[in-house]
Design a protein around this ligand. Sequence first.
Ligand code: ZN
Length: 744
Amino acid sequence: MLAEGGSETLEVCEALVDSYEVWIKETGKRLRTLDLSAARAEQAKTHLEICRTAARRMRGGIATLRGDADLMMAFQLANATMARQQDWKNLRKPEEQRRTLVWRPFQLGFVLLSAASSVAPDHEDRGIMDLIWFPTGGGKTEAYLLLTAFTIFARRLKRGSEGEGVSTIMRYTLRLLTLQQFERAAAMICAANLEWAERGFDTTRTPISLGLWLGESTTPNRRGDAAKLLDGANLKDVGRPDRLIKCPACDESLDWHSAGDGVEVTCGTDGCEVGEAGPLPIYTNDDDVYDERPSLVIGTADKFAQVARNEKTAALFGAGAYDPPDLIVQDELHLISGSLGTLSGLYETAIDILATRDGHPPKVIGSTATIRSAASQVRALFARRTMQFPPPGIDAGDSAFAVVEKDPKKRGRLYVGASTIGHSKPEMLQAVCGSLLQSASVLDGSERDAAWTLLGYFNSLKELGGSVSLLQVIAPETMRRLAAYRDEPIRPVDTQIEITSRIGSEQIGETLAKLERRHDAVGAIDVALATNMISVGVDVGRLGLMVVDGQPKGVSEYIQATSRVGRDRTDGLVIGLFTAYRPRDRSRFETHATWHSALYRDVEATSVTPFAPRARSRALHAPFVAIAAHRHPELWQAPGRAEGFRLELESIIDEIVLRLGNLGEQEACEAADTREELMKFLDSWCRRDGLSTWWSDKGDASLLMSMEQAVQRRAAGRASRQPKPTPNTLRGVEATVRIDLEGK
Ligand SMILES: [Zn+2]
C-alpha cells in the first residue's frame, strides 16, 4: 500500500506514530504508579523523554514527506522497489510460503526517523547516528535497503544529475556477510533501476547501480583481471568477479562474460524483466566501481585503507560533478573494535571530512548488538551523538516496537543445556547429534524441515576437526539403535558440509545456497559444521536446530552464533553441551535458565581509542595525507610539491584537531599532541628531497610505503627511514613479517 502513494501512504505512517504516542502516554501513567527511588524515577523519565524525541522525529519525517512532492515520490518509489523484489522472491517459493511485503513497525519507524536527515544535508539531525538495536533476525537489512532506495531516488529527483554517483556506502566487517548482503542489495538495485526507468524519469541518465568493493583476494581490483578470469585464466590470489550467481528476478543462472575490455553480466531468460533491460547494473571490480560510481557501494571496513593510497577512491566521495554520498551504513558496529576499531576511527576522520560538503557531513546509520557503551563508541569513531532505536522505555521487555514474548508456547528460540557429567564429551556430542538427526526424520511438514539440517557450532577449527569423524562414524550407530528401539526406518546421513575459514570466498555463495535446500530437495544438507564464521550474517530462514559444543569466549559471540537458528518464522532449538569439569561451563549449566533470561546484560563492552599514542604513531598521518591528496590531486603524482600547499595543509590539520574535540573527553586530551605530531610530519614531508612518488614499496623516493614492506626492510638491515610506513588494510595495527627458519 505504501507503494501506491497518495494520502493513504502517510495515514499508515501517522497511525504508527499515533499508537507509539499512546504507548508513551500509558507508560508515563504506569510510571507514576510505580514505587521507585528518586534516582531511578529520574532515569525512567529521561528514557521516556527519549521516546518522545523518537516520536517527534518520526512525525517530522512524515511532515517532510507531506510537504515535498519529490520526497513523497521517492518514498513511494522506494516502497515499490522493495515490493517488487519481494514479488521476485515469492515466485521461487511454494504457494503457502509466499507473502506480500509487510513492514514491521520498527522497520517503518526507523526509516521515518532517519529519512529527513538522510536526504537533507542541512537537517538538524544530520549529525546524529541513528543506531538500530534490535534482536538479530528482526529485519534490519530491509530497513537499510528501504532507506537506501529512498535516498537514491530522493537525490535524483531533487538534485538531478548531481544526485547521481555514489549515494550510499554500506560497510560490513566480514567477507561472508558482505557477500550475502550484496546478493540482497542486488535485488533491490535491479528493482529500483526498473522502477526508475518505467516511471519515465529522464532515462538517459545513468542507471541505478550497485558496486562491490572488497579486497583483491575476494574480487579483482582490475577490470582486465576480471575479464581474464571470466575467459578461463587462473590468476593467483585474485578473487573471482562473478559474485552474483542467480538472477534476482527469475532465479536462473546469470551469464558473466568479458565484453570489450571489461566485463558484463546478463540474464538470458526469455521474458525476465531484469534480463530484458540489458546488462545488470552491477560492478564487482575496483576499476568499474571507480569509473561507474555505483549508487550503492558495499564494502568491508578494512578496504577503506585505500583512501590514503589510491587516487581513484575520490570517486566514492563525489569528486567531479556529483554530490558526496548522503548515507553511510555501518552494520554490526560492535565488531569495529580492537585494532580494526582503532584504525577505522583514524581513517574515519578522512572519510567523514572528505564526504562533507559545505559543512554538512553524511548521515551515518547502523546497528549494534552491544548497547553497553555504544554511545561512547559512536563518538570515538564517528564524532557523532547517537540515538538508539527503538529507545528502551522503562521496561527492558517492552519498547513498544519489540516486546519480549511471555507466552511459553510461543518460544521463538529454546535453549537447552546438556552437561557431560558422567560421560565424556565425544560421547555426549555423538549421542545428542545422533538423537537429533534420527528424531528429525519422524517429524512432519515445516517442523521436519526446520530440524533437518543440524548446525554444529565449534569454538575452534581444532575442535571441529576432532568431531568430524565422530559424527560420521559413531553417531550413525546411535541412530541405528534409536531407530530399532522406536521401530522407525533409519535416516541416512550422508551430506555434511563445513562453514569455516577453510572454505574459499568463491565457495561461500554456493555453501549458503546448499543450506537453503529444503529437506525434500536433492542434495539437502544433513549436517553443517561451523566455527565463528557463521556468527554474523548467515541468514537462512529454514534453519532451526543447533548444537553448541563448548561455550564461545564472549557473550555477544554466543548470542550472534545461536541467532543463526530460529530466525523468521521457524522455531529454533539450541542445545548447548557443557563440559562438567570446566568451571565456566558448569556455572552456565547450573544457572542455565536465569543466565539465558538476561543474556544481553552480560554482553562485553567494546572500546576504540583511535587517537591513543600507540595508534597515532602507526597511522595518524594516513587520514591527513588522504585528505591532502584528495583535496589537491596534483600531490598524488608530485608529492614533492607539498610546500606549495603549506597553508592549505595546515588548515587540514586544524580540521582534524577540531573534529577530535567531538570524539570524547579522552580524545580531546590528545588534541595538542595530535597537532604537534601532524605538524612534525608535515615539516618532514615538506623538507624531503627527491620525493617523486606517492606510494612505493621500493626505494626511498616515495612519501609512503606499506607497513609490511617497511618492517621487512628494517629486518633485512636496509632501513632507510624515509618513506612513512602506512597500513595497507585496517585489519592489524602491528605489521607482520614472514620468517623462514633454516635448520643447521
Ligand atoms: Zn532473469
